[in-house]
Design a protein around this ligand. Structure first.
Ligand code: ATP
Length: 339
């Protein structure tokens, strides 16, 4: 495997703030790699360090084995797609896409041909003559993508590229990006604060928190085996059993995560290899295929996911009433210890 991007002990300080704090990571060539985390956790700064728009305060960055320090952005084998698209409003779409090639001194015939190819790649073959203002948000996003792809970079950096789109279009573009990634076979490094997006698209995800990486793993591993309380909470919002309640229920002070879909409401309180807990229903939220029940157990709030029976006339009859007392149970094996 070829390593596309490697961080070794990289920090980037802004005054006293460590936007990126001693981060080490490796992105393999051809991977769809996501950087996931809340606002201000250092994702964008990490991406800008790869692009060369920022320089590390300490540590080293290698791109395809080559030390990146001192290499200007345009000489790096990477291109960036920004959330705000950054298209030139007065230029038509074809010229927008060809712009980077013009700066590189590539002749007109050649660059317009390449621009058309890139537009075809993002399914906008007939839009070259239009201006950005004459396109929808989703189409502008595709143009921004075409513009970043026209130089045939080995690494494509995407900074929350779908953030401005409505949910339906965002989901459609997620599928398109994933398909494009598969077709091109190049490395994608994708910044997002949307855990669903990161899980559904990526080969691996790095979870950022306060400038540090908490865990890097494949989506399924992150979801089923979170290593820290932060990851358990941020990726898939697991319940965390901790403190005195952990001691009471598990006879251990180690915090555990337990997924809402692994908890059941039961009548039998003697199931083998299960943890049982009594609680009070605080809220019932109907989500169509599922319902989410919030239950207070010893002062801690637990989310419980229930499948709804879509075939009956009264498909909410199985749901508990707010304020009622319920017995929860979950398999001991479904609990994941956290650091
Ligand atoms: P978001 O999802 O909101 O874009 P992020 O995870 O991408 O957040 P960064 O933009 O990398 O986070 O910012 C990380 C931290 O560094 C924040 O505290 C931010 O305020 C700070 N920061 C980033 N760029 C600068 C700058 N140019 N000058 C000063 N502080 C900065």
């Amino acid at each position: 495997m070829t390593v596309a991007v490697e961080f070794t002990g990289v920090s980037r300080l802004f005054g006293q703030t460590a936007a990126v704090d001693n981060v080490s990571l490796t992105v393999e060539e051809g991977e769809f790699f996501s950087m996931l985390g809340p606002s201000g956790s250092g994702k964008t700064t990490s991406l800008r360090l790869i692009a060369g728009f920022e320089q590390p305060t300490s540590g080293s960055i290698r791109i395809f084995g080559q030390e990146a320090a001192g290499v200007p952005p345009f000489e790096r084998d990477v291109n960036t797609v920004f959330q705000d698209y950054a298209l030139f409003p007065h230029m038509n779409i074809r010229d927008n896409v060809a712009y980077g090639l013009m700066v590189k001194g590539i002749g007109k015939t050649e660059r317009l041909k390449k621009a058309e190819e890139a537009l075809a790649m993002v399914a906008l073959p007939d839009y070259g003559d239009r201006k950005p203002g004459q396109l929808s948000g989703g189409q502008r996003q595709r143009v921004a993508l075409a513009r970043a792809l026209v130089n045939q970079p080995r690494v494509l950096l995407l900074d929350e590229p779908l953030g401005a789109l409505d949910l339906k279009l965002r989901e459609q573009m997620q599928v398109e990006l994933k398909t494009l990634h598969r077709k091109l076979g190049i490395t994608f490094i994708y910044v997002t604060h949307d855990q669903g997006e990161a899980l559904s698209m990526s080969d691996r995800v790095a979870v950022f928190n306060k400038g540090k990486i908490e865990q890097v793993d494949a989506p399924k591993v992150l979801y089923t085996r979170p290593k820290t309380m932060f990851v358990a909470d941020f990726v898939g919002t697991a319940n965390v059993v901790k403190g005195a309640l952990a001691q009471t229920l598990t006879s251990s002070s180690t915090p555990f995560s337990i997924r809402p879909e692994h908890i059941r409401m039961v009548a039998d309180t003697t199931l083998a290899d299960h943890i049982h807990a009594k609680g009070e229903v605080i809220d019932v939220q109907y989500h169509g295929a599922t319902s989410r029940i919030e239950v207070s157990v010893g002062g801690q709030l637990f989310a419980v996911m229930m499948a709804n029976l879509q075939f009956g006339a009264d498909d909410e009859a199985h749901l508990p009433v707010i304020g009622s007392s319920v017995q929860l149970a979950w398999p001991v094996s479904a609990m994941v210890p956290l650091a």
